[in-house]
Design a protein around this ligand. Sequence first.
Ligand code: KIV
Ligand code: NA
Length: 277
Amino acid sequence: MALNVIKMKKMKGEGVPLSMLTAYDYPSARLAEEAGVDLILVGDSLGNVVLGYDSTLPVTLDDMVYHTRSVARGAGNTFIVADMPFMTYHGGIDETLRGVRRLMQEGHAHAVKMEGGLEICDTVRAVVNAGVPVLAHIGLTPQSVHTIGGYRVQGKDPEDARRLMKEAKALEQAGAFGIVLELVTEEVAEAITRELGIPTIGIGAGRRCDGQVLVFHDVLQYASPYREKRFVKTYADIGGVIRDGLTRYVQEVKERAFPAEEHVFAADESVLDSLYG
Ligand code: KIV
Ligand code: NA
């Protein structure tokens, strides 16, 4: 594996950006690795983009283990972070560690990610003490969408900005190797990035973070369920390419243009004779 948490911190010091992308299965992981991404996130965005739910809340630990395993098989040389799903790290440290063990041992992740601020610092510390790197995640935390009251930009007022800064520092103190900043104003994300020794990885958090993360299906317009998002840049229209290809396939079957002569297996005449005597 090319990358580790020590190197990531060093890259921050050298001003080398970290590229992170989500992946959910063998082909997406393989392509992400071939493209040279530094870190793969098996995000619980799995729920929205692959499983068709309208939030990340229904995603289970079993779902995460299953998908992390397939990602690991596709990207054997990339640092893989797996999301701890909704409500699997709030019920006591024993239960949390059982979930972490499954993502690491059965899923073959190298680290786990958890959403939350001060309230999860003890948990982060315990997981790190167990030898597992933890990526923190603050700002817009989709697992708390119902308490946050929607997918809104964070860090827009002074009180909110101070809270985010306090959370980031506490999570670094607790031993997190990095922090995802989701939907945070650029100025606040920049200030946090400057204050921390560990890398920040932004999504909708402006230009000054130490790294960037995006969702695979958003980047490639691969039937992403989300409407246009200001912070996403699309680099290909994979959905369009797939739809066109499949439409032509359906059409050619209907027109009996497929299969053509080059696709068929012919038997010799004796076979035909034996059938019709
Ligand atoms: O699940 C996910 O894809 C994430 C990223 C948006 C950071 O948590
Ligand atoms: Na997530």
